[in-house]
Design a protein around this ligand. Sequence first.
Ligand SMILES: *Cc1c(COP(=O)(O)O)cnc(C)c1O
Length: 401
Amino acid sequence: MGIPHPDDAIELDTLLIRGGLTRSNYGETSEAIHMTSGFTYGSAAEAEARFTGENPGFVYSRYANPTLDIFEQRLRQIEGAGGCHGTSSGMAAVYAALATSLNAGDHVVASRALFGSCHVILSTILPRYNITTTFVDGDDLKAWESAVRPNTKVFFLETPANPTLALVDLKAVSAIAHAAGAKVIVDNAFATPLLQRPLMLGADIVTYSATKHIDGQGRCLGGAVLGTSEYCTDVLQPFLRHTGPALSPFNAWLLSKGLETLSLRVQRSCDTAEILADHLGDKPQVAKLLYPHHDSHPQVELGRRQMYRGGTILSLELKGGRAAAWAFMDAFKIIDISNNLGDSKSLITHPTTTTHRAMAEEDRLAMGITEGLVRLSVGLEGVNDLLADIDRGLKAAAAHS
Ligand SMILES: *Cc1c(COP(=O)(O)O)cnc(C)c1O
């Protein structure tokens, strides 16, 4: 399936393989790993020229590194962004995006359904610097609008949200933010750089946990921030250089190799997720199925409009609460119980007792995270084996529904 992307002159599949590619003087086929902290200069004058920027080479890997350059340029081209910087984790990316967009006294409007650590940054860490946040239901456009204050500088959101897969209308929310003079930061980890392009829909900054689908094979942590070239060069780059959340060159190499197969992996997981969603949709044990491109999703029209495909993750609410959810999970022979996602291995999570256990029960329920809710990250195993596993789970859950 052809996924649109911002550069008509070259196909997306070609960019994933060759975007940002540079080679050392050995002409290696695969990207080289420049596992070095520093760089040397042929003369004192050359050292000076490197530092003044007259000579564009490298000086120190906290600043820049050739292996990171490949990853950053490849992702930048896929996203159609002016600039991109890699970070040591997804959370380092989110924190850098927020810290470079806010000053003491500023205000943020954010969707309530956020990855746990993003919530902690907004609700606990930034208030120490006199930056406060109003949380709203992401699908309620009126709520975004009425939360705006004179000092609102940032809208922060994630869509689809974890774990309910509730969607935020990127175009509409970006218009509200821009009318208020605020910037829009989107954590696009769930949708992947392939399936949703927030910058084309009005967002100003996009962040990734590259730990998820970009690596996609459970090997390393990493992240990235993307935005305009002015923002990345003048604001983000100095912040990253001096505060130091640098990505290891080895991890940058893994992530570049991850991008090479991103389309193959994500599209295959989407194919399987669609089959599993259809299979689960009408089962008596299932109270609710949540998949952005499935007819049963309350925002399916928006899902089809802003996501090229439905994604690799589906959630379902089993009748019979926690007992049914746990029986469903414990019956699996292939799908692993894990809090991670976006992996080649299919993974199942019970959010109430793990990823979202720190939340107050009433907040959890307000977000739709019930005792019967499970989140399935669909991997790359054979679809018939996964269907058989799901049927084992449904049979076990039936005893409680
Ligand atoms: C995993 C995740 C993060 C954090 O990424 P790390 O690489 O674990 O730091 C942030 N946002 C979302 C939506 C995530 O899924």
